[in-house]
Design a binder for this molecule. Structure first.
Ligand code: NAD
Length: 432
């Protein structure tokens, strides 16, 4: 940690804990700001979210009882535009995690040059344990709880782990029925079903963006994507779409790990069949034809690229010591701990950073938001072209910054994002 970073954290009263996700993320950002010699007031502003909201709300269960749930919405920074970021339903959701993910959204939108800020939200719940009716009641009650905090011109949530297009539809409907604009109000969330104003291609956009990043960057590491082998952690939205789309490039999926176990096949797993199996059974375990492997064996997979696409902090020093791939492409947010990253660097393993790799989702979400506000629709071809160009431009910027500062790609991605934020702060000034 740089001296100036420590000074900022001390001034704000942070007690350093190396396992704390928020501190891991913000230290990375502040160290990069130090490298760029950004003004101190800017570092102070970015080190804390603008707003943090916690709500507790009761939900009627199917058996007639009530349960009390805890939900969060954190708004990190809106200098570039309305706060933007997903809502997660997961038992492990905490304020610390939501804050860290909100910072990453600020950095991601800046890197992608989108006119959007950074936010994140979540509810501490295991959505798999609820019936569809319970899930709908929970969603409606949560959105009514944070309703005055969000809005198409203020803060625009999206899907994340444990949430999907159906949940986004309930969120938009609740917002509209609790005082939001009757028609433009649906722009309050993105990732909705297409019939409700969703953008075609939004479901696969994050995976598609990651594939674009791989196409741009892996050749510089001497890997030919058409002959590459890879492993994926998590076979949900991001992981399964990366695999299904990489299949078309000719790459071979050798192993997958999710919350139900790990599977492998030297000759390649059928990404599309596996997606159908996960949709039917809830996880990769028991996929016909594949061999069940243990977790360590998964991390030691003999592949060119390892794609973590599940949760945060999954690649610690231990996993980093097992990985044999030459490239880690971060589909998930913050999947690599700083200690894990040091081990990867020592072992010569390159990391393609999350704020670049998984930016495809928010890039297409931006399209959805824009088309809702203008009451328009967009064709899939137009969105595909825009996504490809935007991802390629961001990759080129990151490569150029890495060359200029002679730094790793994560530092380069943060530096490019911070440079953009600093320019806009200098133009706008600090109110009043
Ligand atoms: P998802 O809920 O669709 O899938 C999550 C996956 O993680 C599941 O396959 C689950 O089995 C797996 N998982 C959970 N716990 C695990 C464990 N302990 N070990 C191994 N696997 C585990 O979520 P998603 O939308 O695919 O999001 C995955 C990651 O990508 C998250 O970090 C999310 O913030 C990030 N992300 C998602 C989007 C998006 O558009 N969905 C956009 C940007 C970033």
């Amino acid at each position: 940690m740089g001296d100036e970073t420590r000074g900022v954290l001390d001034e704000l009263g942070f007690r350093f804990d190396p396992d704390d996700l928020y501190l891991q993320v913000i230290t990375n950002v502040l160290d990069t700001a130090e490298l760029l010699d950004l003004p101190r007031h800017l570092r102070l502003i970015l080190a804390q979210p603008t707003n943090e909201l916690i709500v507790h709300f009761p939900v009627l269960m199917d058996d007639g009882s009530y349960r009390l749930y805890k939900g969060y919405r954190v708004q990190h920074n809106d200098i570039l535009g309305p706060y933007k970021g997903g809502i997660r339903y997961h038992a492990g959701v905490s304020l610390d995690h939501v804050k860290a993910l909100a910072v990453l959204m600020t950095m991601k939108c800046a890197l992608m040059r989108l006119p959007l800020g950074g936010g994140k939200g979540g509810v501490q719940v295991d959505p798999r344990a609820l019936s569809p009716d319970e899930l709908r009641r929970l969603t409606r009650r949560f959105i009514s709880g944070i309703g005055t905090f969000i809005g198409p011109h203020v803060d625009v949530p999206a899907p994340d782990v444990g949430t999907n297009a159906q949940i986004m539809a309930w969120m938009a409907d609740t917002y509209v029925n609790t005082g939001g604009d009757r028609f433009a109000g649906r722009a309050v969330v993105t990732g909705k079903p297409i019939e409700m104003g969703g953008a075609p291609g939004r479901e696969q956009a994050t995976g598609q963006g990651l594939v674009e990043v791989l196409r741009c960057l892996v050749p510089s590491f001497g890997v030919d994507l058409t002959e590459a082998t890879y492993a994926v952690v998590g076979y949900g939205n991001v992981g399964s779409w990366v695999a299904r789309l990489l299949d078309r490039d000719g790459a071979t999926l050798r192993s997958v790990l999710d919350h139900t176990g790990a599977i492998g096949d030297e000759d390649g797993l059928d990404a599309w069949e596996l997606a159908r199996h996960v949709a039917a059974t809830g996880g990769v375990a028991g996929f016909p034809g594949a061999t069940a492997i243990d977790t360590d064996e998964f991390w030691r997979s003999d592949v060119d690229v390892m794609i973590p696409a599940a949760l945060e902090q999954m690649i610690t020093e231990r996993e980093a010591g097992l990985i044999r791939a030459g490239i880690v492409a971060e589909g998930a947010n913050a999947p690599t701990t700083p200690a894990g990253e040091r081990v990867l660097a020592d072992r010569g393993i390159a990391v393609l950073p999350a704020i670049l790799c998984n930016a495809g989702g928010v890039t297409v979400s931006y399209h959805e938001w824009r088309q809702n506000l203008a009451a328009e629709t967009t064709r899939l071809d137009d969105i595909d072209g825009w996504l490809r160009e935007t991802m390629q431009a961001a990759c080129e910027r990151v490569l150029a910054v890495a060359k200029r500062h002679d730094c790793d790609l994560r530092t380069a991605a943060y530096a490019d994002a911070l440079d953009h934020l600093a320019t806009v702060y200098a133009q706008r000034g600090i109110f009043p």
